[in-house]
Design a protein around this ligand. Structure first.
Ligand code: NAP
Ligand code: MG
Length: 490
């Protein structure tokens, strides 16, 4: 196919979203027992990855602060939260959901500023899903008897929750909404590079008049997370992040009696059969790996395309990628925002260089990289084989590996040839083929003729090194409850 010439297009005028809606403080404390308090550790700065400018100074929770936060959560559990009816807990969750909607634009701007993701994604995907998650679990709060684990299930107590930087507020919602609906109290640690929306969320909790101590938000780095998950007065640990840290947490909590759920990495196969609707598949491939700069645990990072349509699919894909706009995350035209941190950018570069050295064919979308900030242009590796590191390791960036197959059996074998098992995609015109293939894929979530769709009613989680436990739906609720009577398993 001839190279795509995009020089004839009219250029877009910039359409930056204003930041005047933000009322940021110069510095933020820890949110403990309903108030912002100073931390005992050395504070740090959160920066905007698209400009490398400082947004705010953030308190750092050390072991003393972790003690205070866990004590606040325990006190709130004993004194108030465990005494409330489910219907009353639900009222708070509905209130939080409505406040998130009211402050949606502000939250979207803050998220794009701190994380680097395009405003059209934070505005149209992240924040609406945050509200949806709280609305969904608000409805469950007085219906716990139907969570599937018998009558009168009990809350676990204090939940320690640690989340990553790729969907900062959405991961917070995935953790906090079911925990509160089930009657637990919470101490949550956001990622060091993206604490901002969690702190604005703390202001929302004050606005909602949530009883003090029911949710505590402590900022800091990995050490803070380590102290939190290992705290002896914690009953439940919920972690989303890398497989390496997840493994360490599984080891350190083993035998402690703490309930544990782990949502870890992925290396999803996006399988395109020759009868697939190609135009839709191209959009699905783009959404699968270039949404959120590929910083998505369930990203479709391995394209498995049937050999006889390989050239057509890859040709059209390159043409489509040549039209993506990379740049200012706050610009409403932007498709590809900034990489969240220099460390992550270095990792993407390193794995991409390894891909090239191992013999895969590298193609990069033509785009102008801004002078400041952390950026990586959409990249495709063709002629990748299953032994290449870019086909096995999670790049967690805008990098797609293309592999081919001839038969459904080969597609299934290649798709399952990974230590992970979080998600997969299937593109085909035939419903029977989709069902037959889906049945044999070892992945927790399988999308058919779509990709990266999320709904609070739908459980999400992995197999193998992608972790265990489910978030979302009734299963996500059950992860925060224990049975007091008969068990559904009996
Ligand atoms: P990470 O290094 O594991 O960090 C995740 C969180 O854990 C952060 O808040 C981090 O703090 C904290 N942390 C670091 N070391 C810790 C320790 N020893 N004990 C307790 N907490 C600790 O992962 P990441 O690089 O930020 O995130 C990317 C990874 O998350 C990818 O592998 C991705 O696939 C995975 N992810 C999975 C899902 C899912 O649902 N399965 C969703 C999103 C992301 P600091 O950030 O302050 O270091
Ligand atoms: Mg930041």
């Amino acid at each position: 196919m001839a190279a795509f010439d995009n020089t004839n297009f009219l250029d877009y005028a910039p359409a930056p979203e204003s930041t005047t809606i933000l009322h940021l403080k110069k510095s933020y404390g820890l949110f403990i027992n309903g108030e912002f308090v100073p931390g005992h550790g050395a504070s740090f700065l959160t920066v905007s990855p698209s400009t490398e400018t400082t947004i705010a100074e953030i308190a750092n929770a050390n072991a003393t602060d972790v003690d205070l936060a866990v004590a606040a959560a325990r006190g709130a559990y004993d004194r108030t939260w465990s005494k409330l009816s489910g219907a009353d807990r639900g009222k708070y969750l509905f209130r939080i959901a409505r406040l998130v909607q009211e402050r949606a634009r502000e939250l979207a701007v803050a998220e794009s500023l701190d994380n680097g993701k395009p405003i059209k994604e934070s505005r149209d995907v992240d924040i609406p899903l945050v509200a949806a998650w709280f609305f969904y679990y608000a409805g469950w709060a007085d219906k716990l008897d139907y969570a599937g684990i018998g009558p009168n299930p009990r809350a676990l107590g204090v939940a320690a929750q640690v989340i990553p930087w790729n969907f900062p507020l959405l991961m917070l919602a995935w953790k906090i909404a079911p925990a509160l609906a089930a009657g637990n109290t919470v101490v949550l640690k956001p990622a060091e590079t993206t604490p901002l929306t969690a702190l604005i969320f703390a202001e929302i909790l004050q606005q909602a008049e949530l009883p003090a101590g029911v949710v505590n938000i402590i900022t800091g780095a990995g050490e803070t997370g380590h102290a939190l998950v290992n705290h002896p007065d914690v009953n439940k640990v919920a972690f989303t992040g890398s497989t390496a840290v997840g493994r360490a947490i599984a080891r350190s909590t083993a035998g402690s009696g703490k309930k544990l759920t782990l949502e870890l990495g992925g290396k999803a196969a996006n399988i395109v059969f020759d009868d697939a609707p190609i135009d839709e598949a191209i959009e699905g491939i783009v959404n699968g790996i270039f949404f959120n700069q590929g910083h998505v645990c369930c990203a479709g990072s391995r394209l498995l395309v049937q050999e006889n349509v390989h050239d057509e699919v890859v040709g059209r894909l390159k043409r489509r990628l040549s039209t993506l706009r990379l740049g200012d995350p706050l610009d409403k035209n932007t498709d590809i925002g900034a990489i969240n941190s220099r460390e992550q950018l270095d990792r993407i570069r390193e794995l991409s260089d390894i891909g090239e050295a191992e013999g895969a064919e590298r193609w990069t979308a033509p785009c102008v990289i801004p002078d400041k900030g952390f950026w990586f242009a959409p990249t495709i590796f063709d002629n990748v084989s299953t032994s290449h590191r870019i086909a096995r390791e999670e790049v967690f960036g805008p990098v797609l590996s293309v592999l081919t197959f001839r038969t459904p059996a080969e597609a299934i074998a290649k798709a399952n040839n990974t230590p992970y098992g979080l998600s997969a995609g299937i593109w085909s015109d035939k419903g029977s083929r989709i069902l037959a293939v889906a049945d044999q894929l070892k992945a927790g979530v399988i999308w058919a003729n779509t990709f990266n769709r999320f709904d609070p009613a739908s459980p999400f989680g992995g197999y193998k090194e992608s972790g265990y436990g489910r978030e979302g739906g009734r299963h996500g609720l059950a992860a925060y409850l224990e049975s007091t009577g008969w068990s559904a398993a009996k």
